[in-house]
Ligand binder design. Structure first.
Ligand code: FAD
Length: 382
């Protein structure tokens, strides 16, 4: 019997593998990853300092333990090179070819790199996996200031976490406020105020232009010609789904690998989930969507075709200086925010023109309302 092959051992790859094995104990299962294939929770990368975790202790299970647990063959440090959808065959970097019954692309996303000038442009770090985190963490000793490019979710989380290490983060963004794409203005202002009070510095309405080496580290020159000196520069400006191999194989690709509600791509027996996938037009690089996808796809692969359901899926922003939960309205939603601030909380509700609740953000003491509010928001794919 040809195996189900899962490409990628991030949360998406392992979530579908685990769910599939629960339902089907007989079909051979092969999981391939270009990394170490150890199981870890990626969201913990941006609060590892405060929780005193290292790159090593973040790994919950090594590849061989995952293989034993899943009754699967797990191939770490193995790159996918090519997919032949007609022959239902993949080629690996050592030239080996493997035939699949079904193939799951769980290849993740790449950090977007800003086109920066300067002799230290290549010194900019990004943290999107455990190896990146290991490189970042080993350079933090003795560091006093880190410049962070991007005041979105990941940038703000790293900024808050660096405070736990006695480091001053300077967060730079072209927008005029933190989490500008997820929060209404008053809620962004509250987040900014609390992070600043905790020690985070912000530079808004400016872009990083150049990075140069100077005597004590790196110098970031901004679009207003101001400068930020720091020992390290971390970029957190967003991710782009990894689509190149799918595209080369002739699969339909838009922002991500195009998949329908059954996670099926445009080629028979090939599925896509997680950060690399665009499911019914949505690219949602978060944990809850990929878990919904993993469960639905596992059932399909085990013989019961099952569409993915997206209920309201709030995201917790790991900024202890200002605990925040957001459930953003759909991208093209028409309506308006209604924000209430108190000394220790913030409740922002996004209502559509017909009065229905389409999204929300809660902060501080108001985060206790997250479940009740989520139950009132219609899901993206009910
Ligand atoms: C710092 C940080 C904090 C986050 N915090 C949160 C949070 O609080 N809440 C939340 O919901 N989401 C959070 N996210 C997002 C969430 O972690 C991701 O959406 C999720 O982990 C993506 O999982 P994935 O399996 O799709 O991708 P990945 O984890 O990136 O896995 C991709 C896999 O594909 C493999 N691969 C890639 N190319 C190849 C190839 N050619 N051949 C073989 N293997 C290949 C890689 O080795 C890897 O195993 C955070 C993300 C980051 C970076």
């Amino acid at each position: 019997m040809n195996p189900v092959i899962v490409l990628g051992t991030g949360l998406a790859g392992y979530s579908v593998a685990r769910e599939f094995r629960r339902l089907d104990k007989a079909t051979p299962l092969l999981v391939v990853s270009r990394d170490h294939a150890g199981f870890y929770s990626k969201p913990m990368l941006s609060n590892a300092l405060a929780s005193k975790k290292t790159a090593q202790t973040l790994v919950m299970k090594l590849a061989d333990k995952m293989a034993a647990e899943l009754g699967a063959s797990v191939r770490p440090h193995t790159h996918l090179q090519h997919i032949d959808t007609a022959a239902q065959r993949i080629t690996l970097d050592d030239g080996e070819t493997l035939v699949y019954r079904d193939l799951v692309l769980a290849l993740g996303a790449d950090p977007i790199r800003l086109p920066l000038e300067g002799d230290a442009a290549d010194a900019v770090l990004s943290v999107n996996d455990l190896d990146d985190y290991a490189r970042f963490a080993e350079r933090l000793d003795g560091v006093k200031r880190v410049a962070i490019l991007g005041a979105g979710l990941i940038g703000c989380e790293f900024a808050n976490d660096l405070l736990a290490h006695g480091i001053t983060p300077v967060v730079i963004d072209v927008a005029d406020r933190p989490l500008s794409r997820l929060l209404p203005e008053a809620a962004s202002a509250r987040l900014r105020e609390r992070l600043e009070a905790a020690g985070v510095q912000f530079r808004f309405d400016v872009a990083a232009k150049r990075i140069e080496r100077v005597a004590n580290g790196l110098r970031v020159t901004l679009s207003d010609d101001d400068r930020v000196d720091a020992e390290l520069v971390l970029s957190a400006i967003g991710l782009r789904p990894r689509t190149a191999l799918a595209q080369a194989a002739g699969l339909a690709v838009n922002r991500g690998v195009v998949a329908d509600r059954w996670l099926a791509t445009s080629a028979p027996h090939v599925y896509a989930i997680g950060d690399c996938a665009e499911v019914e037009g949505h690219t949602l690089p978060y944990v809850l969507p990929l878990m919904q996808q993993g469960r639905a796809l596992a059932a399909t692969l085990a013989g019961t075709p099952t569409p993915v359901i997206y209920p309201a899926m709030p995201v917790t922003v790991k900024t202890p200086a200002c605990p925040t939960v957001v459930c953003p309205p759909p991208i093209n939603a028409v309506g308006s925010w209604d924000t209430e601030l108190s000394d220790d909380g913030c409740t922002a509700l996004f209502h559509g023109n017909d009065g229905s609740l389409l999204g929300f953000a809660v902060m501080g003491t108001a985060t206790t309302q997250k479940q009740a509010l989520a139950a009132r928001v219609a899901g993206l794919l009910p």
